[in-house]
Design a protein around this ligand. Structure first.
Ligand code: SF4
Length: 323
């Protein structure tokens, strides 16, 4: 693990998703929105697990829409708020059962991330609608469970923006890898930090510098609980979205490093002053990721990538042929 390449994940990550965001017509009005076809071929890089807590509550399609009453989804679990339908009938107990049925499904499928429909009183995480208010208190009833379980949570609307999706995907891959990678010794900590530090610096420079100094001052006898805390804090940081300015700065910094290390130019990557839209920037980032894998250079801003086993083998064979 002490090598200086990208981390390549070859198993498909399992992602849970609000079923209506996968185009399933399960909403109260019998509609659904397909948010993932836009990913094109990349859709097949993941295994999808659609769930609908309102359907699993037995509320049926079509049904009366439901709303939170008296507080958010967490308050519902604490019995301080309730859920009613448009006719004022309480559906809270059925919905709780539906949420637990969905959660069981996600656990059985070994899901580590979830794409949620924000705004829903059930699946919403950072927005929910309440009666008489356009924006209610988040999260929704199922959203509250997802937060509590520590899933990596992605809003379905962000899949429509190539740059936002790119940002979510690279952090998801890093999150997935960090959740499972073996960390037992100081050497393991150094190796993990080497892979993730550039991304962490982009997400929160001050925190990352502080952590870097702490790691540098460690000796072989690690303080008790340090490894667990290290992993927990980094996982938390990886949940945090970046922004366009920081992403483009990182792209350029990494591209400069790539050129220095390989002596190569990548034609598709434009100079910083070139005016381009976010779709073009997202394409440049994907190109940079691919070139880094081919040339075995760590692209610190996207340190963990997914490659299908067959594609990876073909790439390695081609490299060997080229000597
Ligand atoms: S409960 Fe969730 S999955 Fe079901 S329709 Fe509402 S937002 Fe979609």
């Amino acid at each position: 693990m002490a090598d200086k390449n990208q981390v390549i994940v070859t198993e498909k990550i399992v992602i849970g998703i609000s079923a209506c965001s996968m185009g399933c017509p399960v909403r109260y009005d019998g509609k659904g929105t397909d948010s993932i076809t836009i990913l094109g071929r990349e859709k097949t890089d993941f295994i999808w697990v659609p769930v609908c807590p309102e359907c699993m509550a037995g509320l049926g399609v079509p049904r009366e829409s439901v709303h939170l009453s008296g507080g958010d989804g967490t308050a519902v679990w604490l019995k301080e708020a309730t859920v009613k339908n448009r006719k004022g009938i309480e559906v809270v107990e059925a919905l709780k059962l539906g949420c637990h049925a969905c959660l069981d499904t996600l656990k059985r499928a070994k899901v580590s991330a979830f794409i949620y429909r924000d705004g829903s009183p059930s699946c919403g995480v950072y927005r929910t609608s309440m009666r008489s208010q356009k924006r209610g208190n988040p999260p929704g009833v199922f959203g509250s469970l997802l937060l509590e379980q520590g899933y990596f949570l992605i809003p379905a609307d962000d899949l429509q923006s190539p740059i936002k999706w790119w940002d979510w995907r690279r952090r998801l891959l890093a999150f997935h890898w960090l959740s499972t990678v073996r960390i037992e010794t100081l050497g393991d900590i150094h190796a993990v930090w080497y892979k993730l530090k550039f991304l962490c610096q982009e997400l929160d420079n001050e925190y990352a510098r502080r952590l870097g100094r702490t790691i540098a001052s460690l000796d072989k006898r690690l303080p008790e609980g340090f490894i667990e805390q290290f992993r927990k804090e980094l996982l938390q940081l990886l949940r945090k979205p970046s922004n366009l300015k920081r992403i483009t700065q990182s792209l350029w910094k990494n591209y400069a490093h790539y050129r220095k290390a390989t002596g190569k130019k990548i034609d598709e990557i434009n100079s910083p002053e070139f005016q381009r839209n976010v779709t073009t920037i997202a394409k440049e980032l994907v190109k940079m990721e691919r070139s880094a894998v081919e040339d075995q250079i760590l692209f610190g801003t996207s340190p963990v990538v997914y490659r299908d086993e067959h594609r990876l083998r073909a790439l390695r064979e081609k490299k060997e042929e080229q000597g």
